[in-house]
Design a protein around this ligand. Structure first.
Ligand code: GLP
Length: 241
């Protein structure tokens, strides 16, 4: 795992954006894996800036998001589809029909999981997957205990995860109890992984990620086995290494 130490959140966002833009400009049909949460917001803003300055175009790009809450339609402001539209998709030239997220309000969730895998397979999998890190080591919504050989599936969210994400909702009660997420094996098939971490509150999780044993109890620890991971983290996040 390559560790890139940056001073702060803004530098992390810039660095991550530069790597994405470089890849998008280099590949004929780039496939990006995207994440939600607070961490990648700055990177998305940088990507919009790069697009507006004509440094990059996304017309040939396909994107797959990691996850979506079960039960939330795309026009629900708390859905990840809504987040992605607001924070990135509405501001760049990525074609609508190539920006994929799982459909959280699908009538047949198992079929939705299978269909999502098929779409990724047809796109020949992800060139660069952006990941954030949950406090309990979750990646996407793969909570502790998720099998390392899991594919896209439905998860019951940990109480700690629901609490951590409650800040985006009116109340904890409104936070869905389930989500659809790419599985660990799906994520590990990405050719390159860009893991972004900022802030001291993630320092313990970063320590376990880098030095802890590889265990399903701490899902992000599997990344030690991936050949092409870049961890971009600021001083706070790296303060326990
Ligand atoms: N499903 C998302 C993850 O993809 C994200 O990486 C994580 C960290 O979020 P944040 O970046 O807000 O700390 O939380 C959420 O639960």
């Amino acid at each position: 795992m390559e560790i890139v130490k940056v001073r702060n959140y803004d530098e992390m966002s810039e660095k991550a954006c530069d790597l994405i833009v470089e890849k998008v400009n280099k590949l004929d049909n780039p496939v990006l894996g995207l994440a939600t949460g607070s961490t990648p917001e700055g990177m998305y803003q940088q990507m919009i800036d790069s697009y507006q300055k004509n440094k990059v175009s996304f017309t040939k790009t396909t994107t797959f998001n990691l996850d979506e809450y079960v039960g939330l339609a795309g026009n629900n402001p708390n859905s990840y589809r809504f987040y992605m539209n607001e924070k990135l998709f509405n501001h760049i030239d990525l074609p609508d029909n190539r920006a994929f997220l799982p459909t959280g309000d699908s009538d047949d969730l198992q079929k939705e999981c299978r269909d999502y895998e098929t779409l990724m397979y047809k796109a020949e999998y992800i060139d660069v997957q952006v990941l954030g890190l949950g406090l309990n080591g979750h990646i996407g919504f793969n909570e502790p205990g998720t099998a390392f050989d899991s594919r896209t599936h439905i998860v019951d969210l940990d109480e700690t995860t629901r609490k951590a994400n409650a800040r985006f909702f009116d109340s904890l009660n409104d936070v869905p109890e389930r989500a659809i997420t790419m599985g660990i094996e799906t994520i590990m098939e990405s050719k390159k992984i860009l893991l972004l971490v900022s802030g001291e509150k993630k320092a313990e999780a970063v320590y376990r990620l880098v030095y802890g044993e590889t265990s399903e109890e701490f899902p992000a620890s599997i990344l030690q086995k991936h050949e092409n991971v870049i961890l971009i983290a600021d001083e706070g996040a790296l303060s326990k290494l």
